[in-house]
Write a protein that binds this ligand. Structure first.
Ligand code: PMP
Length: 448
């Protein structure tokens, strides 16, 4: 655990007065003064590269010029800042822009629900939507998934430590094995994990003794984010789309972290060429400000007026910044940059993996990249992989922070270093991030 700098009076107040549930300040004990692009400056004028990007929210980095201008324009035009779900020209323009970034097959056949502006509220709405439409009750979710921190979304998320003190979460959630190749849940690996997982799931869907009655939907991340940047195999995604479609089970893709260009396509399901029934989008779609929407096929629109309400569904500033961000991504070929920088990251990290036994796996999609840190003195598992090493990951995170790089850890045992840079990261910045990362890995290994 990083030592807190108690000489900083502002940090002292935070440490003493903010809830024990606070989270990020435990890893990044600084006070942020200002930020631009991917650079963050603290109150002691130390500068950091930010590879956390507000947990994947800041598609264009901090305070991008188009985002700042969008906010200024709203204020100058006296657009009301709060409108519940009433119409404004800005809201309609934003809606149209969202429809325009959908694959053609969805563009004219979908509806949109504006949610309370968190990813978790979007997930809650999506589940209500499919429950209403199908009259089903069981939810199919995946081991290792993360869908939020409300009690219903936690019910659908894999992480057990956060649930252990909460009784009576949402019942009827059933967890299926995700195709996590490196730690194959079937102990097989070797390119077979996805195929076995798909077969297993199809069997569950048809088994009259599966124990799962009337599913209302299947919710999946195409790249498990908090779960450790684990990309689902593309063929597997096609398979789960096929089998859910054949059985009339709505497929809900949680694009909260993967959406809006993060993986190199506007929506991550596009890599598989599939069409989901429901898409949940938050984080980047608000262009730095709170925003959450559910986009769904219109035949599912069977819920009653007011079925999913919430006061803060009309965040006009978020609509303006979201609109500006979506346009900027489209008009400036930002996804080409995502692909190029992704290759650069993978090339650099794969070289590190060859050099250091402690780097067990390098994986991800686009600019959602994970490095699983392992313990070379531990016993290998049946796939020949060393055990995850959360302690080393924590040390690397600490060294990175000291060396000027903000990077999150995630995954099982918190052993995965998670790179979530802005989509606009430059070649030079990527090289700097990789260099700080390698330095920090070397320092951490020597400290073990
Ligand atoms: N779904 C996914 C895939 C996420 O990554 C997150 C947040 N990390 C959420 C849902 C929840 O979003 P929020 O924290 O805004 O509620």
């Amino acid at each position: 655990m990083i030592e807190l700098n108690m000489e900083n009076p502002l940090l002292k107040i935070q440490t003493e007065k903010e809830s024990n549930a606070k989270s990020y300040p435990r890893h990044f004990p600084f006070v942020i003064k200002k930020a631009k692009g991917m650079m963050v400056t603290d109150t002691e004028d130390k500068i950091f590269y930010d590879c956390l990007s507000g947990a994947g929210t800041l598609a264009l980095g901090h305070n991008h010029d188009v985002v700042v201008k969008a906010i200024e324009d709203v204020l100058k035009q006296q657009i009301p800042l709060h409108t519940l779900d009433l119409a404004t020209p800005l809201k309609i323009e934003f809606m149209q822009e969202i429809f325009s970034i959908l694959p053609e097959a969805l563009r004219d056949t979908t509806k949109i629900q504006f949610c309370g502006p968190t990813g978790a509220d979007g997930v809650e709405a999506a589940i209500k939507l499919v429950k209403n439409a199908t009259k089903g009750k069981s939810i199919l979710a995946f081991q290792g998934s993360y869908h939020g921190s409300t009690q219903a979304t936690m019910s659908m998320s894999g992480n057990l430590s956060k649930k252990q003190h909460l009784q009576s979460l949402l019942p009827d959630v059933h967890f299926l094995p995700f195709p996590y190749e490196y730690r194959c849940p079937f102990g097989v690996g070797e390119g077979k994990t996805a195929q076995i997982s798909a077969q297993y799931i199809e069997n569950v869907l048809d088994d009259c003794e599966s124990g799962i009655a009337s599913p209302c939907g299947m919710i999946v991340e195409t790249v498990q984010g908090e779960g450790g940047s684990i990309p689902a195999d593309i063929e597997w995604l096609k398979e789960i789309r096929r089998m859910t479609a054949e059985r009339g089970i709505p497929l809900i893709i949680d694009e909260v972290q993967t959406g809006i260009g993060r993986t190199g396509e506007m929506f991550s399901f596009e890599h598989a060429g599939i069409i989901p029934d429901v898409i949940i989008s938050s984080k980047a779609i608000g262009g730095s400000l709170p925003m959450s929407v559910v986009i769904y096929k219109e035949e599912l629109d069977q819920w009653n007026p007011g079925a999913h309400i919430g006061t803060f569904r009309g965040n006009q500033l978020g609509m303006a910044t979201g609109l500006a961000t979506l346009r900027y991504i489209k008009e400036n070929q930002v996804m080409d940059n995502v692909k190029a920088r992704s290759e650069q990251f993978f090339a650099g990290l794969n070289t590190l993996q060859e050099k250091y036994e402690e780097i067990g796996d390098v994986r991800g999609r686009g600019l959602m990249i994970g490095v699983e840190v392992v313990h070379p003195q531990g016993n290998k598992d049946r796939l020949g992989h060393y055990p995850p090493c959360g302690k080393l990951a924590a040390t690397i995170q600490e060294r990175c922070f000291k060396n000027g790089l903000i990077i999150e850890v995630g995954g099982r045992h918190s052993a995965v270093m998670r790179f979530l840079p802005p989509l606009t990261i430059t070649e030079q910045e990527t090289a700097e991030v990789l260099s700080i990362f390698e330095k920090s890995v070397m320092e951490s290994i020597s400290m073990l």
